[in-house]
Design a protein around this ligand. Structure first.
Ligand code: ADP
Ligand code: MG
Length: 683
């Protein structure tokens, strides 16, 4: 029997490992099994070079639980170790590298260290004692038994083991006893080992016998040793990819299509990425990609390794070249990771372009589910934008699809304004904005449907990209001003008549928002009254709703402009009605008002060159009195007009119709409108 002290400067490694690695204790199992896989693969390599000439036999790795002895044992039939090798690889190297690691990272957070695989010694996170019984593949070597309770003291002695290979026996700690439960171990094996290249046996296959589940004598193999990504694309059919997708995400809907990644220069990377059907809720979709290193599961959070928008994809990436055991901030600046990231971006763009070119119809069918992903990519990755501008699509209100280029060609002739700027008209809701879409189309314009989750941002982004163009929502203004071809004619209704008609209509507009009424001549064929919301204001509000940090706008009340088309026969009729029914009352009010206003004007004329303090008190008093009188009369006039408006069915009908085409007529007002309309028809 040999005894010795492990070459480590730290007094007692056991508590230190525990202290530093308290997050992610479960990775010990991955580490120990990964070593067993390595040992098995090593032996296969030795066999292929002819150094090892014995039988390979069954090389399954066995995971066994012994609840009585409180042990978890991992056995392999790999290359094993001689006593010298145990000395070298277990006693020297491993501990010294652990020591270095602790030296280097002692001031850093646990999160970082949790990702740092400590290899064999991570087993001390869950075990108070670890034993190794191992026998090398080489003829005539003696099996050895190594044992350590986590202090730097170990024992190494001769042992008996019939066969080559290694047993790692973990004496599980009281506070880690979850790792003695079959279900917990199953769960971990599934998480970390399900695609390892060597079969892992854990327990037996079960069968139903006499209404009970009983073990058969067949080993239960928990892993798929040749997952799809390790095969060549030529060896796989479409079904195989779908099948593998279901293996990864049993609950998910079938994906749209996949990309098989296979790179060996300048770095090694394999994998399969799937395009899921992307729904509007981005966050739940994210982070489904699994990262592997030689088929060992590492993580399913790939931020920093792939561009953010790629995290919407599903699938696996396997690379021995990604430095897995380091902190995330280091990862992001690693040049290999950057290359990998831009490579994947390029591959994804290639694939999309390929489908677009080869099968435009299929691509269009998938577009609604691809849109969010592609827009996200275009918004956040300049390089991806440059690729995707060739295959990103616009959909118009007829559900037809166009590339950016095609769409520009479509609208170029017709949708330029008088300043030669191209106007892209869009709607965010084909139903509620229907009447505006119709108006645009009746003028021969085309309307895009921009109803996606990111479209508010996307439109802003496109405006920075498209030259001499801008986007306008169909209901942002009257069509004549959205695409202004010529100067708009001012209303032929005299200003004082406009002032009289304003309160008539204003009295009928709903409370809680600001409405600004103006008059314009839009021609007898245009609608009598149109309510719009300015593009700028609405975008600011939309952005603040999406959390774009513009809360100021979010809190403002909604403001609308109300354009009254004074050339419309119904508006003219209303004007005439008002004249004939109200002219006497208004004339009377005007009669008392005009001398007051005249006197006030005169007074202002005489004092206009004087400073406020130079004006005599008597004059000031007179002025105040006149002002008050004028105000009173004006208010009375306004009240008369408002009252008239509230009683006027035509005015009410015009306002309600304008509100209705904007989806703003609701509840009680809506049913009043219906009743009134019926009454009108019955007449
Ligand atoms: P790494 O795997 O990164 O080399 P580990 O701490 O996991 O570091 O393992 C240290 C060494 O111990 C391995 O390199 C290997 O030589 C040896 N070893 C560990 N487990 C086994 C095993 N099951 N069979 C043979 N050798 C092993
Ligand atoms: Mg290892």
């Amino acid at each position: 029997m040999q005894q010795g002290t492990i070459g480590v400067t730290t007094e007692n490694i056991f508590p230190i490992i525990k202290k530093f690695l308290y997050s992610d204790h479960e990775i010990f199992l991955r580490e120990v099994i990964a070593n067993a896989v390595d040992a098995t693969q090593k032996l296969k390599t030795l066999a292929s070079t002819g150094e090892f000439q014995g039988e390979m036999g069954d090389t399954s790795i066995r995971v066994g639980l012994n609840p009585k002895k409180k042990t978890l044992t991992i056995s392999d039939r790999g290359c094993g170790m001689t006593a010298e090798e145990v000395q070298k690889y277990i006693n020297q190297i491993a501990f010294s590298s652990a020591g270095e690691f602790l030296e280097k990272y002692k001031n850093q957070s646990n999160a970082i260290i949790g990702h740092f695989g400590l290899g064999f010694y991570s087993s001390f996170m869950v075990a108070h004692k670890v034993e190794i019984i191992t026998r090398s593949w080489q003829e005539g070597t003696q099996a050895v038994h190594w044992s350590c309770d986590g202090s730097p003291q170990y024992t190494l002695e001769e042992a008996t083991r019939e066969d080559r290979g290694t047993d790692i026996i973990l004496h599980i700690d009281e506070d880690s006893k979850e790792f003695l439960e079959e279900n917990r171990v199953s769960e971990l094996l599934r998480k970390y080992c399900r695609f390892l290249p060597v079969p892992i046996a854990f327990g037996k296959e079960k069968e139903w016998k006499d209404g009970k589940q009983v073990d058969t004598d067949k080993d239960r193999i928990i892993n798929n040793t040749t997952p799809a990504w390790t095969l060549k694309p030529t060896e796989l059919k479409e079904e195989d990819y779908d099948q593998f997708y279901r293996e990864l995400y049993p609950m998910a809907e079938d994906p749209q299509f996949h990309i098989h990644l296979n790179v060996d220069y300048p770095f090694n990377l394999t994998g399969i990425l799937y395009f899921p059907k992307i729904k509007s809720n981005l966050e739940v979709q994210k982070n489904k990609i699994q990262l592997y290193c030689n088929q060992v599961f590492v993580t399913d959070s790939v931020e920093g390794i792939v561009p953010d928008f790629m995290t919407l994809l599903h699938g696996v990436i396997d690379s021995p070249d990604i430095p897995l055991n380091v902190s995330r901030s280091y990862l992001q600046s690693d040049s290999n990771v950057k290359k990998i990231s831009s490579h994947i971006t390029k591959k994804v763009a290639d694939r999309l372009e390929e489908i677009f070119k080869n099968d435009r119809k299929e691509y269009e069918q998938k577009w609604d589910h691809l849109k969010l992903f592609i827009e996200y990519g275009m918004l956040t990755e300049e390089k991806f934008y440059d690729r995707a501008e060739k295959f990103a699509l616009f959909k118009n209100s007829d559900q037809k699809y166009f590339t950016f280029e095609e769409y520009k060609t479509l609208i170029e002739a017709n949708q330029k304004d008088k300043n030669d700027k191209l106007v892209y008209l869009y709607a965010t809701d084909a139903v509620t904005q229907y009447s505006f879409i119709e108006t645009a189309r009746s003028k021969g314009y085309d309307v895009l449907l921009m109803d996606g989750h990111l479209d508010v941002h996307f439109i802003n982004h496109l405006e920075t990209k498209f030259k001499d163009s801008h986007f306008a929502r169909v209901d942002a203004d009257v069509m004549e001003r959205l695409i202004q071809k010529e100067d708009i004619r001012p209303s032929s209704l005299p200003a004082e008549k406009q002032e009289e008609l304003k309160p008539v209509l204003e009295s009928l507009l709903p409370e809680g928002a600001n409405f600004f009424v103006t008059f314009e001549d839009l021609g007898p064929a245009a609608q009598p009254m149109i309510i719009t919301q300015s593009e700028f204001m609405r975008r600011m509000k939309d952005m603040s709703a999406l959390g774009g940090g513009m809360n100021f706008y979010g809190e403002l009340p909604d403001s609308y402009s109300v354009v009254v088309n004074s050339e419309h026969p119904l508006v003219q009729r209303l004007q005439q009605q008002k004249e004939s029914e109200l002219s006497e009352a208004i004339a009377a009010l005007n009669q008392s008002l005009s001398p007051v206003s005249q006197e006030l004007d005169k007074l202002r004329e005489t004092t206009k060159d004087k400073k406020e303090e130079e004006i005599e008190q008597a004059v000031k008093d007179q002025r105040a009195e006149l002002q008050q009188k004028e105000e009173e009369l004006k208010n009375r006039k306004k009240a008369t007009l408002q009252e008239y408006g509230r009683e006027n069915k035509l005015a009410r009908q015009l306002v309600d119709l304008a509100l209705l085409s904007n989806n703003m007529l609701k509840g009680e007002s809506l049913s009043a409108f219906v009743r009134r309309s019926i009454e009108i028809m019955e007449k």
